[in-house]
Design a protein around this ligand. Structure first.
Ligand code: CTP
Length: 210
């Protein structure tokens, strides 16, 4: 299969030198890219800024903002069989991006934030016969319910529930939830091990007819 993988954080700029972002390392997405290549798939990696080298053999597209991620994924998704969306997308951006570097004025500064595009939901709307694997990062006791809501909103075939402790860590512990709300698999260990398990599961369960 030809698999689109989104990885890493996005950035939203306040001025030319300051931005909002998050602590995503990109490790889960890069581990998935490596595992998918090793399993014989073609990989198209769309990556936010991270300190990792992409695995040899994948097609790499670097992005910075959520809008970049949307534009690139919109263009590439139709040529792929499915998408695994691990990107930790910055959900808000400053309403205005100031040119240059904002100088201090001696008084407090109010920042108005507006929502960015939901990239995976946009891909979900043009899904056709392709499959979609989303990730849900959930911190509270309604994790399962929230993950299922995201699966439905984004038209996913399965959603991978993980916790904020995964951010920046070498390990992960995930639960795969299907559209009926069933837990269909659970994997934990290093992100490399989890990636191999997840790619194997996708290859068995989401295989497209060619
Ligand atoms: N995602 C996306 N575009 C966004 C936000 C999220 O493509 N603007 C994708 C993520 O890559 C992930 C899934 O949607 O696969 C869920 O992301 P998550 O951050 O858990 O949820 P959000 O939809 O951002 O919802 P909330 O922040 O309210 O939890």
């Amino acid at each position: 299969m030809r698999i689109l993988i989104t990885a890493g954080p996005t950035r939203e700029y306040l001025d030319d030198v300051r931005y909002l972002s998050n602590a995503s390392s990109g490790r889960m997405g890069y581990a998935l890219a490596e595992a998918a290549l090793a399993a014989g798939h073609e990989v198209v990696l769309v990556t936010g800024p991270v300190n990792l080298s992409p695995p040899v053999g994948c097609e790499v597209h670097s992005v910075e903002t959520t809008e970049d991620l949307l534009t690139v994924c919109d263009r590439l998704f139709p040529g792929c069989d499915g998408v695994i969306a691990t990107a930790a997308v910055c959900d808000y951006r400053p309403r205005e991006r100031f040119p240059g570097k904002l100088a201090k004025t001696g008084v407090s500064l109010e920042l108005e934030l507006v929502e960015t595009a939901d990239v995976l939901a946009a891909l979900g709307q043009q899904k056709g016969s392709r499959w979609i694997v989303g990730f849900a990062l959930e911190s509270d006791e309604y994790a399962h319910v929230n993950a299922l809501r995201k699966l439905r909103e984004k038209n996913c075939d399965v959603i991978v529930l993980n916790r904020p402790t995964a951010i920046g860590s070498a390990n992960n512990s995930v639960e795969l939830i299907d559209p009926a709300g069933r837990t269909v698999a659970q994997f934990s260990g290093s992100k490399t091990d989890v990636a191999v398990e997840l790619v194997g599961w996708i290859g068995r369960e989401l295989r497209v007819e060619s």
